[in-house]
Design a protein around this ligand. Structure first.
Ligand SMILES: Cc1cc2nc3c(=O)[nH]c(=O)nc-3n(C[C@H](O)[C@H](O)[C@H](O)COP(=O)(O)OP(=O)(O)OC[C@H]3O[C@@H](n4cnc5c(N)ncnc54)[C@H](O)[C@@H]3O)c2cc1C
Length: 391
């Protein structure tokens, strides 16, 4: 069978869903984000302005960066954007964007929000809901569980409550036919998360992949972790669900390792991470009968690797064990091409109040800032499409 190479740089398909006006607005936003100075100070200022409830702050954020990277303030508010994606055969992953919560009341609230999202997903043919375990339990608790220090009775109770919340979410998801992605976080809480998620997968992934754990390939033990997770799933007879990422906390990881004087868990360079990601991806693709894979990346080569591999192995493009995912508002060139070619592809659709999602928005702005003086990847594509349309 002849190999089919998708041309991700063809911007006509990538931006087919954007009107000229919307494209110009996006171009303006990315040109702003392309200026490191502006992002550095602008994001701090925006954060404070939103926090202090300054007049117009919410509106300005909402009409610019929020509009680009978020689905809406609530599930219902996000529905038109979800339907717009659906029109192009792009699926959605519901992601409630509130972060850094700390009380039991907050954690119960987050659990209830996830349950609402599952119900909403079931009613609107949305396949995935994503959660963070640190949204269901105190960060310090997760850290203590991993540290090996003795737990108090109160801590054990707290951990039990957190496990119950995660279980309620996965149980409801299984009953309603929705898949749950569990995000990967900092390495000093990730072991606790992995243990919890492995138990959930053993419980709910007997017949199909309901729960997916996330593995980060910027970690020097990333591939080993994947192999171990696969072995465990085989030994315990469940279908492993894996969302594969490179990893989002590189600087934080390196800084902490230096401060506390332990070897950095992160690969020495980008090339090592890229190779590990692609090796891990092949490991998963080859085991697609026994596990489900979500390739969560904006990297063109890693997306092409999966698309080509599936074609050359004659895997149906809509096979339920093979997924791709990108973030809403980013790498539309990858998402829309994959969808147009019939692959299973989904966007993280983050929703929440402007206040709740501001930390998420700042990360997106930083990610799209020119670091080396070049235009960001996204901005280059938008410029290309503007030129193609003669705008
Ligand atoms: C749908 C989706 C879900 C995600 N979920 C999570 C999640 O649950 N947890 C999480 O941590 N992240 C998550 N991410 C973010 C992800 O980990 C990456 O930070 C981001 O996608 C950029 O990586 P990339 O594969 O898109 O490609 P690229 O842009 O090619 O790679 C950038 C990444 O390479 C790695 N890298 C860069 N420089 C170096 C270096 N010098 N040395 C070693 N490694 C380097 C870093 O991980 C960096 O983020 C998610 C991303 C997507 C698209």
């Amino acid at each position: 069978m002849e190999k089919q190479q998708i041309d991700f740089s063809d911007t006509q398909i990538a931006f087919a869903g954007k009107s000229d006006k919307a494209l110009k607005e996006t171009a303006w936003l990315f040109s702003m984000m392309n200026q490191p100075f502006l992002v550095k100070w602008g994001s701090k200022l925006a954060m404070k302005a939103v926090e202090w409830n300054l007049p117009f702050a919410h509106q300005v954020v909402k009409n610019t960066i929020f509009k680009q990277f978020c689905g809406g303030t609530t599930l219902l508010d996000s529905l038109p954007n979800i339907e717009h994606l659906g029109h192009f055969q792009v699926h959605s992953i519901l992601d409630y964007g509130a972060e850094a919560k700390s009380s039991e009341t907050d954690f119960n609230w987050t659990m209830n929000e996830a349950l609402r999202a599952i119900d909403f997903a079931a009613r609107h043919k949305i396949p995935f809901v994503v959660i963070k375990i640190s949204g269901l339990a105190r960060f310090e608790l997760l850290e203590k569980m991993q540290s090996g220090n003795e737990w108090t009775e109160a801590e054990q109770k707290e951990y039990f409550n957190a496990s119950k919340r995660a279980d309620a979410i996965c149980h409801t998801a299984r009953d309603k036919g929705i898949m749950i992605l569990i995000d990967a976080e900092e390495s000093w809480i990730q072991e606790t998360i992995d243990k919890m998620v492995n138990i959930l997968m053993a419980r709910y992934n007997k017949d199909k992949a309901v729960v997916f754990n996330t593995l980060q390939m910027y970690r020097n033990d990333g591939l080993k972790q994947l192999q171990a997770a696969f072995q465990l799933s085989q030994a315990q007879n469940y279908i492993l669900g894996v969302k594969l990422v490179r990893g989002a906390y590189m600087e934080k990881e390196r800084n902490r390792a230096e401060e506390l004087d332990y070897p950095s868990p992160i690969n020495p360079d980008k090339a090592t991470t890229d190779k590990m990601f692609d090796d891990a991806l092949l490991f998963c693709l080859e085991r697609g009968k026994k596990m489900a894979i979500m390739n969560a990346s904006h990297n063109v080569a890693s997306n092409l690797l999966q698309a080509d591999w599936m074609d050359s192995h004659q895997i149906p493009k809509n096979h339920p064990h093979y997924w791709f995912a990108q973030l809403y508002g980013m790498s539309d060139n990858i998402t829309f091409h994959l969808a147009a070619n019939g692959y299973n592809v989904a966007k993280y659709v983050v929703y929440g109040s402007v206040q709740d999602v501001t930390p998420y928005l700042i990360r997106r702005a930083q990610e799209n800032t020119a670091v080396t003086g070049d235009m960001s990847r996204e901005y280059r594509f938008i410029q290309k499409e503007l030129q193609r349309r003669g705008l």
